[in-house]
Design a protein around this ligand. Sequence first.
Ligand code: BTN
Length: 254
Amino acid sequence: MDALDEAAIRLPGVQVRVLGRCGSTNSLLLAERVGAPVLLAAEAQTAGRGRRGRRWLSAPGRDLTFSLARRIARPARELAALSLVAGVAVTKALRALGVARAAIKWPNDVLAGEAKLGGILVETRLAGRASLAVIGVGINCRTDRERARRARRRVAFLEELLSPLPSRNLLIERIGLALLAALDAFEQRGFAALREEWLALHAHAGRRLRVRLADGRTLTGVAAGLDEEGGLQLETRGGLRAVRSGQILSARSA
Ligand code: BTN
């Protein structure tokens, strides 16, 4: 497959770097002093990290693993919504590239149908008066039957959805541009700027969801949009509930 190439990833105002191998692109950028935005892509990660402390597995030279670090001037209490903002950007970019079935599973898994095509890990830390946001994106590109067999859920690969598969440099450039635009909008107007777009890309609107909450309990209800802060609203037997932290276990028609 095509090699990653810094010069082929054109993102105005962004320092683009490519590494052959690293532990985790998110971890490296989180530890840096970042001024202007930085995009770091790696051919291979030896300690790729997923959400909820999970590992993120990818095939060297065959998948997409990169992170974008950008300073954000918004109140710290609003930054949880960055996960959703990033989900909108990545999913929109994939649709524009031709992945018509790309959709978001709350808060920001990128699905094709019910199969996971990509994941996003957003991490933030204080950086002077602003915050530093590091947005890590992992997308399955080349079909890997063995990985699909070992995964505990259905997984999708870009090469099965896009023919011909664009170069990984182009994919990173397009997703990077969408992330930069979404972050600009978020910085100017907060999550309200992206909320409608998130709802339009939601994979499970109107579906009956079973969700495992942060305290281990499960909640069942019909997906009914997002609250102001990006919490998933469920119409339950006990009324409307918003889930701020949790994992969707299943989705059925209501
Ligand atoms: C998920 O659990 O769905 C999120 C996966 C995020 C993986 C990406 S790959 C690039 C960046 N570096 C990491 O260590 N993780 C993110």
